[in-house]
Design a protein around this ligand. Sequence first.
Ligand code: SF4
Ligand code: FE
Length: 486
Amino acid sequence: MMTSKQYEDSLRKMNLNVYFMGEKIDNPVDHPMIRPSMNSVAMTYKLAEEPEYQELMTATSNLTGKKINRFCHLHQGTDDLVKKVKMQRLLGQKTAACFQRCVGMDAFNAIFSTTYEMDQALGTEYHKRFTDYMKFVQDNDLVIDGAMTDPKGDRGLAPSQQEDPDLYVHIVEVREDGIVVSGAKAHQTGAVNSHEHLIMPTIAMREADADYAVSFAIPSDAEGITMIYGRQSCDTRKMEPGADIDLGNSQFGGHEALVVFDRVFIPHERVFMCKEYDYAGMMVERFAGYHRQSYGGCKVGVGDVLIGAAALAADYNGVPKASHIKDKLIEMIHLNETLFACGIACSAEGSQMPAGNYMINLLLANVCKQNVTRLPYEIARLAEDIAGGIMVTMPSEQDLKNEEVGPLVRKYLVGAKGKDVVNRMRVLRLIENITLGTAAVGYRTESMHGAGSPQAQRIMIARQGDLESKKEFARNIAKIDTSLDK
Ligand code: SF4
Ligand code: FE
């Protein structure tokens, strides 16, 4: 396994083609805007080095028998699925941000089981290829960007009906030694901090879309790949010299990027689906299911930090004993633990796939994510309520340091007796960061749209909800004689 330092060094060796705010970035690792997101991923290595977190952060590979980072693991039981969620909560607590490495883990498990079933039915050799790829990933302890979401263009049209064929990643050429692909994947979590991209289709496909039914792995710095780094609210604060208090969270962050593929060559041994359109939907459903489970861990961990920050804000404001404040904090805990309960439940109710690895309970994972599209918003609302308006009207760190107005800032931002003014500013900025700043991408909007927008879960809930058997329960209890119905 790599140490966090080795991970950082391994990124330095990559020759990535990254653009941010109209400029090509030569050294993403040390860029002040990107660095905090790298620190979050590095935490997945750092915690795996610490004895107290071995149980959650590491696992034994079913492929090699070696000890590996859990982020590279194929789940071997419901116990592994539960530990995955607990690991994600832990990392959320330590970073208060998206630590990005889960998309790879979720893609591994979805592609492993899907390729097995493809090979069984079609006589292909994708599963063997993918198993070899997994050994490579595990042995080198890599960060893989599991990539699903295409830009999608006109949402009312299928991939093959789009005016521009590149709006979905597609095969442009099949060669003797591999395939050539073009297109893009949108809002790719951790793309710039990843060693490789692992591409999956974004929706179920029909025959006409066969060229779009493609899955493959490719190093992030391969020829033809361009990454355009996404903006976040308040992101340029990170560029301010000496910025610290105003960042709210100066150490950690997350990021997304638009990843463009311009005639990128993929050798056959890294291709895991090539036009088998019947299996695109299966891969999508499984990846989405795993990632909906993931949110019952990571968002809960960030929620823990936000609840803690709200409680601290109450302390610094001098109102920790007010009954309505206590009640709001209880409500926040209740909502946050509801999400965790969903993450644990869909894990505990998991089952073994024909390939051998374990799948979460799909219905419960979709219920989990549906709750995630709502409850963090309420938790954020309550945190803002407790923090007070000063959270968004407070003078800057520079003003605090200014000789003229600094003493005024200190004088008028005083809160509870005996409490430090700067500490009060820090905790308010942390709440701002999670609810409205750079981390709000991960805690709010991603809660809505990440791992699929709310409607995608409702479709799955409708499919998995088994309404017919519920009707049968009701018929039996009410003694309904269906022969009397016309
Ligand atoms: Fe992991 Fe959560 Fe980020 Fe997804 S949103 S990569 S589950 S931390
Ligand atoms: Fe996500």
